[in-house]
Design a protein around this ligand. Structure first.
Ligand code: ADP
Length: 467
């Protein structure tokens, strides 16, 4: 048993507490018995002295001198062996029983008393040897001193055995935990069937391992997908360069190849930036200082930037926002990115000549931004997956995306305490709604001194009636 193991410490504590309790019990038992025996002895002696005093008073009225002593001697015959009596008077009367001096080595319990008969003062001493009492106490002490260590020894042995049994699952759990590593996260700790604290601990650790395993699986999937996605543009760049260099060509051909390489490099850069942003948001190292931002300004900017691209495909972008400021706590660059991602998708998945609407309004506690398109819509089967990394509903459709846009959008929304909701119908279009927590509505209400609810719902209504 190792000196610092729980089993060792439990056993030592157990033995120490038991030894203390037994020592206290033994001491109290011994002292109690000693007092009891002494009190019995004292009562015996007092009774004997009483009887002797009465006898002496009666006899001394009738007899005197040696006759009286003979009578007293006769009385004393009935006394227990080894006990003694001594009587002295101030007028010189003495009586000793027995005549001989007691052995010096013998210990006595003695009581004495004084009494007076016809003006003569007597001093009486009655003694009884302590031998029997001391012998009984010695026997008890010997029994206690030899039995207590034996009891402690047996109990400690039992305690050590019990704690070993109770802690055996811990050794098994430790051995199983030892075998679990980042390469082998599928192992689980044994859960003892006892239903006790150790079983609970084991179960909780197993749940933690489940979460870790799933996180590691997601992470390695992410790395695998990222490498896969990086390979394609790199291969395009390489083959384009190799093909162009295979033989001498017209300058226009080189220019075309370089343009293609430039475009691929740009896509690659975007992909790497997205990956970096996602990796940073995963590790929580994104620097995102928040400040009060009026969403309407950002919407305007994003719509302006997308207008040109949309126009090329005959898609109209309209922004319908409330007249009141829609202020939230946000990072302006990240918010711009989030709305850009949603609007980019809305345009990307719209049919040529379609329409994209961006709406913004607020209710009691939230500021909402909606991006609605009348495009291809999202299949119900794809819906649960669209926010996953590298998920693209229809890979064959192309469109240049990597399936990272929505997961990026979601992680930006999360950093703002916002949620993204999606409604979509295949063939009819989709609505992405982001709900931000409003920035101190109360303050704004107080400043504008208008009933908050009326103002906010009014804002939404105005937006809808503008359609
Ligand atoms: P991608 O780069 O492919 O656009 P996203 O993460 O932005 O990646 O979107 C994931 C998938 O969700 C898309 O591949 C697409 O199938 C679907 N999707 C996203 N936005 C829309 C939309 N507005 N209309 C239809 N489908 C959409």
């Amino acid at each position: 048993m190792r000196a610092r193991s729980i089993r060792f410490r439990l056993t030592v504590w157990y033995a120490a507490v038991l030894a203390g309790a037994l020592a206290l019990f033994a001491a109290l038992l011994w002292i109690g018995l000693r007092q009891r025996l002494m009190r019995d002895l004292d009562q015996d002696l007092a009774g004997r002295a009483d009887r002797f005093e009465r006898y002496f008073t009666a006899e001394s009225a009738e007899f005197s001198g040696s006759t009286l002593k003979d009578e007293l001697q006769e009385f004393c015959q009935a006394l227990p062996p080894e006990s003694y009596l001594r009587l002295r008077s101030d007028r010189g009367f003495t009586f000793n029983y027995p005549d001989r001096q007691p052995l010096a080595a013998t210990q006595f319990r003695v009581i004495d008393r004084d009494f007076t008969i016809n003006g003569e003062h007597y001093h009486l001493m009655a003694g009884e040897p302590l031998e029997t009492v001391l012998h009984t106490l010695d026997l008890l002490r010997w029994l206690l001193l030899s039995l207590i260590p034996a009891v402690i020894g047996i109990a400690s042995f039992g305690g050590a055995w019990l704690s070993r049994r109770a802690l055996k699952p811990v050794d098994e759990i430790a051995a199983a935990a030892h075998a679990i590593s980042i390469e082998n996260l599928s192992g689980r700790l044994p859960v003892p069937a006892t239903g006790d604290e150790i079983a609970r601990l084991s179960r909780v650790l197993n749940q933690m391992l489940d979460r870790l395993e799933s996180a590691v699986r997601t992470l390695s999937q992410f790395v695998a997908d990222a490498s896969h996605e990086l390979r394609t543009p790199l291969a395009v760049i390489r083959t384009t360069a190799e093909l162009a260099l295979r033989r001498a060509r017209e300058p226009e051909v080189y220019r075309g190849a370089l343009r293609e390489i430039g475009a691929e490099t740009e896509r690659l850069t975007r992909l790497v930036e997205d990956l970096l942003a996602l990796a940073r948001s995963d590790t929580g190292t994104v620097e995102m200082p928040l400040s009060p931002v009026d969403v309407r300004g950002v919407i305007q900017a994003v719509c302006g930037e997308m207008a040109g691209l949309a126009e090329l495909r005959g898609i109209r972008i309209s922004a319908l926002v409330s007249d009141d400021p829609l202020t939230i706590s946000a990072n302006p660059a990240a918010l711009h990115r989030l709305l850009m991602l949603l609007l980019d998708n809305a345009v990307k998945y719209s049919r040529d000549g379609g329409e994209v609407r961006v709406r913004a309004g607020c209710d009691d506690s939230r500021v909402m931004v909606e991006v609605e398109d009348s495009g291809v819509g999202i299949d119900a089967a794809d819906m649960p997956h669209i926010f996953k990394r590298f998920y693209r509903a229809d890979r064959a459709r192309g469109g240049g995306g990597y399936g990272l846009g929505l997961s990026l959008a979601e992680s930006i929304a999360k950093a703002h305490g916002a949620e993204i909701e999606v409604r979509s119908r295949v063939g009819e279009g989709s609505v992405f709604r982001v709900k931000f927590p409003a920035r101190s509505n109360l303050l704004r209400e107080m400043l504008t001194s208008r009933a908050g609810e009326h103002c906010e719902l009014g804002a939404i209504r105005r937006v809808e009636s503008a359609e």
